[in-house]
Design a binder for this molecule. Structure first.
Ligand SMILES: [Zn+2]
Ligand SMILES: [Zn+2]
Ligand SMILES: [Zn+2]
Length: 160
């Protein structure tokens, strides 16, 4: 397996084939290790999500997938997305209601997502320190955190 893909380099023009290969190899390994079945459909949906760094919506995925399987239904896509998220291979961007592939699925991480409002590319960064400081604060309020969504909108280096 390749080295962890660094998001600082991913933002600049790069050989995206490497990102794709990394994500797909990690998917095979993770599913193999966890005994989760990476079916042809699930793998194809992951490929479509990872085709670029742009967040992609479920209906956009359906349109693309229908080119290959005209009988595909929304539920086909939603089931595959649920599986990919469960396996940690894709993440949902709540503020866009769209999805990105994970490029570091083999490493435990707590991420924040940087979303460029111009080109719509979305990059995941490890924000473990931010999570920890927020949990320390909520702890001081005796508040038990359940979920935390960190999505930062702005402009990427190519667009600013
Ligand atoms: Zn890439
Ligand atoms: Zn991730
Ligand atoms: Zn941009």
């Amino acid at each position: 397996m390749q080295d962890n893909i660094n998001n600082k380099t991913v933002q600049h023009p790069h050989n995206h084939q490497g990102c794709m290969q990394h994500a797909l190899q990690a998917a095979e390994q993770i599913c193999g290790a966890k005994g989760m079945r990476l079916t042809a459909i699930r793998k194809r949906i992951l490929e479509l999500i990872c085709a670029s760094h742009k967040a992609i919506g479920a209906y956009e995925l359906l349109d693309l997938f229908k080119l290959e399987d005209p009988k595909a239904k929304p539920v086909t896509i939603y089931r595959a997305l649920d599986f990919l998220m469960e396996a940690g291979l894709a993440h949902k961007i709540e503020s866009l209601n769209a999805f990105i592939g994970c490029l570091q699925a083999e490493t435990p991480h707590k991420s924040a997502i940087l979303i460029c409002d111009n080109c719509k590319n979305a990059y995941e960064i490890d924000a473990t320190a931010v999570y920890e400081s927020l949990f320390t604060l909520s702890d001081s309020m005796q508040f038990k955190p359940q979920c935390l969504t960190l999505e930062l909108h702005g402009l990427c280096v190519s667009c600013s």
